[in-house]
Design a binder for this molecule. Structure first.
Ligand SMILES: Nc1nc2c(c(=O)[nH]1)N[C@H]1C(S)=C(S)[C@@H](COP(=O)(O)OP(=O)(O)OC[C@H]3O[C@@H](n4cnc5c(=O)[nH]c(N)nc54)[C@H](O)[C@@H]3O)O[C@H]1N2
Ligand SMILES: Nc1nc2c(c(=O)[nH]1)N[C@H]1C(S)=C(S)[C@@H](COP(=O)(O)OP(=O)(O)OC[C@H]3O[C@@H](n4cnc5c(=O)[nH]c(N)nc54)[C@H](O)[C@@H]3O)O[C@H]1N2
Ligand SMILES: [Mo]
Length: 675
């Protein structure tokens, strides 16, 4: 992206017209990033808590005092309770490698802190790809332009992946057909040729149903299966019972649509699947992602430009992560045991004082766990513990920042140097600061460097500059990084990774080459079956009686998880519950009514909107608004479950049963237009 400057002030942000993916435009949320950059609520100085935990009252202190206090408290806690009682918590605030998984990792490794299992977003789907393909390889976005059948599977492309859309538009201009498989009629779904409004969590059944039809009609690519796949015969056998009629009952998708998508997928070639992480955020999301990721092998579409599948692209290249993160500095017990691994999706449980190995200090950066982690009443209770020492590095006073004992002001991506690995595409990028850091903001790299020095860590790596760190990271044997230097990045900013020769289309599995133990695409037929999630209308009977509606709290165009929680429009957008007119009628709810959305885990106050974006039995709320912006102080995740799903230790955010009730005090029934 380009930053237009007037002196040292930015006047406009723009997509780089010369960038093959950005193509001159930015997404809805970042195009207005300057309002965030210069927002009066930016945190500008280090602060120390003076109010109660969570109250958000602080007083300004100096950086020297802040770093001194954090270092001495962490040292004391490590000495008294062991270093594993200290936990870093970070995720998607920055996709920069230095500020997201660089100096911070070195610091916590050296400290001997508990390790964080970063599962909140993508670990389930990643594990599924690993199982099927042996790597997280995926079709290049550019190749979508050559596809004739595109399936967006649990992928709200227009909202969350808008830079793929121009390629889809181009493909459709050439006659491609777009299917969207999503329980919600998202904007993406409403623009599809056919929207399959699947029951949440039933994707494995649909994938097996498609397999059934492909094999039944002889549409499979037998040579590809025979040469490059393992276990497909057993999967074919498994798929036999997933007849279109049966699958229609399991998924809520009409039989004719199941027949149509399977036939088009096999015959309108090349055909490609854009699976996104929406599909794996349910109790059985791992099996679902595994089942879907087998389909390209069944029809042999990995051979074609514009075929295959994309969930992730990150398995096609490898940086020198060891040099960047320095896992060798880690604490190990005399018996070689590594520090405890704590799952970030279970942070509520991890923070309970009664835990077998209690956490006594948290350092949070690039994340807002009080808002975004499931079962947030439990998370909040953990953060409220008086005996928990909490440090938060933030740009804004988020729900989590309110619980900080020491709150440190962070730079934005416009103000620090970083290396950005390719997410959804195959370009490596580097950015130098375009703008000066306001007030006393510091980058994560700088803060962890200062902390390391204050704690007396002598290792040379804590003296490294950002440039040192980038050179170390680029120093990889992986062919995709061959010849890419910091100098070249400085000159060009964005460089295509060497994933194919001379810029030829990237076809990772045209001739097999799977990274699995067998070297083949692996069909794990033993796992391939459909069981309904417990938290679904087909699941556990008792739960369903009390909480008959399924909640999906998916992402929106205007937000980035909870990052833009300070914006009024985003905030207002997340205050609505979409409920089908039939379900609203049954509960005497009209547009604009104030309602309680609740289950056994929590309750949330919202405004209702009758809408056919959801089908009967389903409700939807946009995610994730800060609790601090809601009248009752609650984020949507008071309702979501911290039950882990079936693969990779991920959360089951989208398997969530709820009930809705009109609030007794809802006597003003405002007139609000239905959407
Ligand atoms: N504008 C914007 N862009 C973003 C983000 C953002 O918050 N805002 N977040 C970024 C991040 S962190 C991520 S991980 C990606 C995620 O990108 P996506 O995976 O596209 O986003 P989600 O909203 O998690 O889920 C996508 C869709 O899955 C649907 N879904 C829910 N349950 C099921 C199911 O059981 N089966 C199927 N087939 N579909 C289901 C939801 O209704 C939703 O429309 O987006 C990134 N891009
Ligand atoms: N109900 C529900 N819950 C969800 C999801 C959902 O779809 N529905 N999505 C899940 C997913 S996919 C994800 S990835 C997680 C995301 O959860 P998080 O990773 O916590 O993402 P954000 O809410 O965007 O919060 C990131 C924070 O990092 C801060 N930040 C940005 N850059 C920097 C920096 O350079 N330094 C520091 N110190 N801070 C910085 C931002 O100000 C922001 O407050 O949420 C998950 N939770
Ligand atoms: Mo995510």
């Amino acid at each position: 992206m380009l930053v237009h400057l007037d002196g040292d002030r930015a006047t406009r942000l723009q997509g780089d017209p010369n960038h093959p993916i950005t193509q001159g435009f930015l997404c809805a949320k970042v195009t207005r990033y300057l309002d965030r950059e210069y927002h009066p609520d930016r945190l500008l100085y280090p602060q120390k808590r003076v109010g109660a935990k969570g109250e958000g009252r602080f007083e300004r202190i100096s950086w020297d005092d802040a770093i001194g206090e954090v270092a001495s408290r962490l040292s004391a806690i490590a000495a008294r309770h062991g270093s594993e009682s200290i936990l870093p918590y970070s995720y998607g605030g920055s996709l920069g490698m230095l500020n997201g998984s660089g100096m911070d990792r070195r610091f916590f490794h050296r400290l001997g802190a508990s390790r964080l299992d970063r599962t909140i977003c993508a670990s389930t789907g990643s594990a599924a790809l690993q199982l099927t393909l042996g790597a997280r390889t995926g079709t290049e976005p550019e190749q979508f332009a050559s596809s004739r059948c595109i399936i967006a599977w649990g992928a709200n492309i227009l909202a969350t992946n808008v830079h793929l859309w121009p390629f889809i538009v181009e493909a459709r201009r050439n006659g491609a057909k777009l299917y969207v498989i999503d329980p919600l009629r998202t904007k993406t779904a409403s623009l599809a040729d056919r929207h399959l409004a699947i029951h949440p969590g039933s994707d494995a059944a649909l994938a097996l149903g498609m397999m059934h039809i492909l094999f039944r009609d002889g549409l499979e690519d037998r040579p590809f299966l025979e040469a490059h796949c393992l276990g497909w015969e057993a999967a074919q056998e498994k798929a036999r019972s997933y007849t279109p009629d049966h699958v229609a009952r399991l998924t809520g998708i009409p039989t004719d649509a199941i027949e149509e998508i399977a036939r088009d997928y096999a015959t309108r070639r090349p055909s490609v699947i854009r699976m996104n992480y929406g599909i794996q955020r349910s109790e059985r999301g791992g099996v679902a992602a595994h089942a879907v990721s087998l389909l390209p092998a069944v029809i042999g579409s990995w051979k074609e430009v514009g075929g295959g599948l994309q969930l992730s692209t990150s398995g096609a290249f490898a940086f020198n992560r060891d040099a960047l993160e320095r896992p060798d500095l880690q604490w190990k017990s005399a018996l070689g045991r590594q520090a405890r691994l704590r799952n970030m999706s279970e942070i509520g449980k991890e923070l309970q004082a009664s835990h077998e190995s209690p956490v006594h200090a948290m350092v949070v950066y690039n994340s807002n766990p009080v808002a975004i982690a499931p079962n947030s009443n439990l998370v909040r209770a953990g953060f409220a513990r008086e005996d928990l020492f909490t440090v938060v590095l933030e740009q804004f006073l988020t729900d989590t920042a309110r619980y900080a004992d020491i709150l440190l002001p962070a730079t934005t991506f416009l103000e620090h140097t970083d290396l950005y690995f390719a997410y959804g595409h195959y370009y490596l990028q580097m950015a130098r600061p375009a703008l000066p850091a306001p007030g006393e903001c510091k980058s994560n790299v700088e803060v962890f460097r200062l902390l390391a020095l204050a704690m007396g860590f002598q290792d040379d790596c804590f003296q490294d500059s950002e440039d040192d760190m980038m050179r170390q990271t680029l120093d990889s044997k992986h062919p995709a990084l061959r010849g890419i230097t910091l100098e070249e990045l400085d000159a060009r900013k964005s460089i295509r990774l060497g994933i194919s020769d001379h810029g030829a289309p990237y076809l990772p599995h045209a001739a097999g080459d799977f990274g699995t133990p067998s070297g083949k695409c692996e069909f794990h037929a033993d796992r391939l079956s459909y069981r309904p999630p417990r938290e679904s209308r087909h699941g556990d009977g008792d739960l369903r009686e009390a909480y008959p509606l399924e909640l999906i709290s998916a992402k929106v165009e205007a937000g980035m998880n909870s990052t833009f929680g300070h914006r009024d429009e985003f905030d207002a957008g997340c205050g609505w519950l979409s409920i089908h007119p039939d379900d609203a009628e049954e509960r005497d709810i009209v547009d604009g009514d104030s309602v309680d959305l609740f289950n056994a885990r929590g309750s949330l106050q919202l405004l209702a909107r009758r809408s056919t974006v959801v089908k009967p039995g389903l409700v939807a709320v946009s995610a994730v608004r800060w609790g601090a912006r809601a009248t009752d102080g609650n984020s949507i995740n008071v309702l979501t479950s911290d039950t882990l799903n079936d693969l990779g230790g991920g959360p089951s955010l989208f398997s969530c049963l709820v009930q809705v009730r009109r609030r007794p005090d809802s006597d003003f029934r405002s007139h609000v237009a239905a959407d």
